[in-house]
Design a protein around this ligand. Structure first.
Ligand SMILES: [Zn+2]
Length: 995
């Protein structure tokens, strides 16, 4: 084939060139070498390290050292750090320093992993970025400035905001709806300025590049320019032979390569507005033999460049930074995109990637529990170990426990981890890392408490046995809530640190028939803990005079068969607290309605478990799997009869609904009674529901469907990463309409009509949808198996036979009330007090210890303490000073006095008349309980920039003033301890306290 047969086409392309780009420019092709290295997907981290990751860095460093023009981008920091700390030689480290300094090896994204954007929480995204960025800055003095989110399944609009706050200049995404991408290509709209938040100012917008249809790689042989073939994993090859490589570049084969490259360039050029073409060169697990890759590509590129004028383009190795600097210099007026996200994602007409919102539900729950525990451990360590040192605990050991969990929580944010799209043994690895990390932090927290307030031995208490409970509130607000302790005796006396009795309620445990659940009402100030002593009381109440917890009373209601019509609502049982009356229907044993007292409105509401059935034979039609959701039809009830129990007590009334079939699914609904007034508002204003779902039958996808009398027009709202809400109107599609109307719910979703809103809050990710007017359904669990050969060969099936126990909080009320409570309730659910229980061995409780000596840390209600931690980084926060230290080759010591503080305004600009206002916080007085603040430095999101020195690129826009959020300028860095936080702002500080 003639090598330059496509040239006439390029001339035609010149005619298509947009008028503002005259005269026809010479195309410049930026070949960006990269390797996509999933942190666990088909193989564990260790297996990947062994099979190719180590060789990627070994051979890339060598190949780059040999030829000046070569470039490489490094993405996943978990791998890079494992290589750096465990493999790299002194020589390699020196070379890497040089390559990084010259901009030939560029770190992009810089997180520990390439995080998923649909089912991850914003706090965890920030954590994993902070972990990676801290290491890079500490080691090289560099700060990543371009993102590379090229494989996550859909793109959230939280991400552009985060990356802007981290100091990035450009953001790269790829997986968006196929039909949208096609339209954007045709209209040359793959590049735009994205304003991810409707409340934040223009400062938080970011230039965004959507990779074209070739994405970050092209897999079929002979098109990927991958001469190093396929990585070989331990164990026998599946097809009995090694995968073949592409043919080497020789005099004979070069025309084929240059022709192909030219054709690709031609396509790409027609989709973009500038003459600068980004060509990601690499794929999954490539560049483990980088010399071979580069040696072949060098020939192709040299050949083209020697006849560039004839080809009509030149080609060069580049980093992403090189490419975006060129685009930035183009002076194009870019389109602006508002805060809408790119979720859900369909890769084609038949594949809606909405299944993974609920795949491996158990792992999703564990990941968030680990994250919450880490959050609590961080602030407790900061407050009680480093700022108030005590004799028994080694801070270095404590930091190690936290670091282990930081790493595990970061890892599981990977786009094949928390998504549930990995093979089972990789899932086991995630679970093991999380569990080990959690054990360490539990141990740390228990040691902190024990060492600070050792119980005195001495005079025995009234009875032997019993427990001490320490309950820590990790939020920076006073929290009133009910904690549940499991004890093995129903008659107990429970007292607080002052020896005073505490309101409590005992009932038989639903999990362990021989044990009792003890519900205890507690009020704990911000970042403080309280002590409780729980002792069995074998003598009667009259003798001791001590009040005992009320033992709850259980009423049973016989089974009711599922009805197809017939009478309902004839006989209702009310279950009340100060905010709601829930009516249960004795004709069905289902929920009938909820009366919300404050707005005096009754909303009809019923709930049931249902299942979507999935096809198991790929030859019979489309299938559901870890990634995609393709139900065979509409959902069907997953039960035949319901039995009910109501367990009533003074603090909590629990409704237990058992949905019968095999297996049995259960809903435990709880209404709590606490103090009146603002203290008890969050406790009163929700119905807590815990579900028990599973094991599912094969090829079932289980949902909880809530049907209400709200006139919602099938409009659903669901969140992006717990940060902001998106409006999701129901849409009809040619194909896959049920699945394409599914969305991720990371922390919340709601439906509403003019008068009322029903909010669902969760502490783990699920799928959520509204398929009918007034309905909302949450996908809780999936179990799938089919005969897809690729999945079977790779063991990538979703045969998940576990039982899951997700929890939702239901908030019903006026829009005003629910807007007020939504964010704080979400946090209250996510960050419930941490209970540490230990056995009492003839000791007496330490009187007067605990919260009475602690000064509360209390932030205004619209400001959330996003993190309070001691990262232990080894760098000066003065950039010049840090670079000098690095140049001298000195290793700085970990700064254990530098406290990382991040504050987040929870409300959108127009969400609430009061809570949406900017808030001024005096850090000195808020943090008084921790010590005396001597300095406050404002930093970029991940801590690496002094914000007053951070200059991001500005981009010209077609409508520079349109769609602007609040119009507020970003807040200036603080001069003193007073900071003002505007709606949705996230601000990061280094705080130094007096020694
Ligand atoms: Zn990937």
């Amino acid at each position: 084939m003639e090598p330059r047969g496509w040239l006439p086409l390029l001339l035609q392309l010149g005619l298509m060139w947009p008028p503002w780009a005259q005269p026809e420019p010479q195309l410049r092709v930026f070949v960006v070498p990269h390797s996509h290295m999933d942190v666990g997907w088909l193989h564990t981290v260790q297996e990947n390290m062994q099979a190719y990751v180590t060789n990627v860095y070994n051979s890339v460093v060598e190949a780059l050292t040999l030829e000046k023009k070569r470039r490489f981008i490094a993405v996943e920091q978990e791998y890079f750090r494992l290589w750096w700390d465990g493999v790299a030689s002194h020589w390699q480290k020196r070379k890497v320093h040089q390559l990084v300094a010259k901009g030939r090896l560029e770190f992009v994204l810089g997180g520990q992993v390439m995080h998923d954007e649909a089912v991850t929480h914003i706090d965890d995204q920030i954590l994993q970025l902070t972990e990676g960025h801290g290491f890079l800055y500490e080691t090289f003095g560099v700060r990543p400035q371009i993102s590379w989110q090229v494989d996550p399944f859909g793109a959230s609009s939280t991400t552009p905001t985060l990356f802007a706050l981290a100091g990035f200049n450009a953001h790269v995404i790829s997986r968006i709806d196929y039909d949208l991408k096609e339209a954007m290509q045709d209209n040359r709209q793959l590049q735009f300025v994205w304003r991810g938040s409707r409340s934040l100012s223009a400062e938080q917008e970011i230039f965004t590049h959507v990779l074209d249809q070739f994405s970050y790689s092209k897999v079929p042989r002979y098109e990927g320019f991958n001469w190093d073939g396929e990585a070989i994993f331990p164990g026998p090859s599946l097809d009995g032979k090694y995968p073949s490589m592409e043919i080497p570049v020789t005099e004979d084969s070069i025309p084929d390569f240059t022709h192909l490259l030219g054709k690709r360039v031609l396509h790409k050029a027609s989709w973009f507005q500038t003459a600068h073409i980004l060509w990601p060169w690499g794929c999954d697990r490539q560049f483990f033999n980088a010399s071979l890759q580069f040696a072949n590509m060098d020939i192709v590129m040299d050949y083209i460049n020697s006849e560039a004028s004839e080809f009509g383009f030149s080609v060069e190795y580049a980093t992403l930074g090189d490419y975006f600097r060129a685009v930035h210099s183009d002076q194009v007026a870019w389109q602006v995109r508002d805060h809408r996200d790119f979720l859900p994602y369909s890769s084609d007409m038949h594949h809606a990637w909405t299944g993974f919102y609920a795949s491996r539900s158990g792992l999703k729950a564990l990941a968030r529990r680990a994250s919450s525990l880490l959050y609590a451990g961080e602030s407790m360590f900061t407050r009680y170990v480093l700022l108030a040192p005590h004799p028994y605990l080694d801070p270095a050991w404590g930091l190690q426990q936290l670091q282990q969990l930081r790493w595990a929580v970061s890892e599981v944010q990977h786009h094949d981890a928390i998504t549930g799209t990995h093979v089972p043994n990789v899932g086991d690895m995630f679970v093991e890392h999380l569990s080990t990390g959690m054990q360490g932090v539990h141990k740390l927290m228990a040691s902190i408490i024990q060492d600070r307030s050792p119980a005195h031995s001495g005079k025995r208490g009234p009875e032997p046995g019993g427990h001490f409970a320490v309950v820590y509130n990790p939020l920076a607000w006073t929290v009133t809530t009910i904690i549940t302790l499991t004890v093995d005796f129903p008659k107990v006396s429970i007292t607080d640190e002052s020896g005073l009795p505490v309101p409590a309620q005992a009932q038989r445990s639903k999990d362990m028939p021989s044990a009792y659940d003890l519900h205890v009402l507690t009020t704990i100030p911000g970042l403080s803990y309280r002590h409780y002593s729980i002792r069995p009381s074998r003598s009667s109440q009259e003798e001791t005079g001590e009040p005992e917890p009320f033992v709850a009373k259980t009423t049973q209601f016989g089974g009711r068969l599922r009805r197809y019509g017939g009478q309902v609502g004839g006989s209702l049982v009310p279950v009340k607290n100060g905010c709601y009356i829930v009516f249960m229907d004795l004709d069905t044993n289902l929920m009938h309605s909820v009366w919300e007292r404050q707005s005096n409105r009754k909303v009809y509401m019923t709930q049931q478990f249902m299942e979507y059935h999935a096809n198991s034979d790929v030859w019979q039609g489309p299938i559901s799997d870890n990634y995609v959701f393709t139900p065979s039809g509409t959902a069907e009830p997953a039960w035949e009869a319901v039995r009910m129990e109501i367990v009533e007590g003074p603090l909590v009334t629990e409704i237990r609904q058992y949905f019968y079939r095999l297996p049995t699914f259960t809903i435990y609904s709880r209404l709590a009674r606490g103090p009146q007034g603002s203290d008890g508002a969050l406790l009163c204003h929700h119905i807590e529901q815990e579900y028990q779902v599973g094991p599912l039958e094969l090829n079932r996808e289980a949902i909880l469907r809530t049907s209400t009398s709200l006139n919602t027009g099938r409009v659903l709202y669901s969140d992006n990463n717990g940060y902001q809400m998106q409006r999701r109107p129901y849409r009809n599609y040619k194909n896959n309409t049920i699945a394409r109307n599914y969305y991720p719910m990371v922390q919340s979703a709601f439906i509403q009509d003019r008068r009322s809103r029903l909010v669902l809050l969760s502490n783990q990710a699920h799928g959520v949808s509204s398929q009918r007017n007034g309905q909302v359904e949450v996908m809780l669990h999936r179990r799938l198996w089919n005969n897809d050969k690729w999945a079977l060969n790779n063991d990538l099936t979703l045969n998940d036979s576990s039982v899951v126990h997700p929890v939702l909080w239901l908030l019903l009320g006026s829009r005003t009330l629910t807007s007020d409570l939504h964010q704080r309730s979400g946090l209250a659910l996510q960050h419930q007090p941490v209970v540490m229980l230990r056995e009492m061995n003839g000791e007496i409780a330490p009187r007067g210890s605990g919260s009475r000596q602690q000064e509360a840390v209390t932030l205004p209600p619209s400001v959330h303490l996003q993190i309070l931690s001691i990262p232990g980084w080894k760098y000066s926060s003065n950039h010049t000073e840090h670079l000098q230290t690095l140049q001298k080759g000195h290793e700085a010591k970990a700064d254990l006095r530098r406290v990382l503080l991040r504050l987040q305004h929870l409300y959108e600009v127009d969400q609430d008349p009061v809570l949406s206002r900017p808030v001024t916080v005096n850090l000195q007085s808020v943090l008084r309980g921790l010590g005396s603040v001597v300095s406050v430095e404002e930093r970029s999101l991940t801590g690496t920039w002094d914000v007053s020195e951070m200059r991001r690129w500005t981009w010209s826009m077609r409508d520079p003033h349109g769609h602007r959020g609040s119009g507020t300028l970003p807040s200036p860095p603080p001069r003193g301890p007073e900071v003002t936080i505007y709606p949705k702002e996230i601000r990061t500080f280094f705080i130094h306290f007096q020694e």
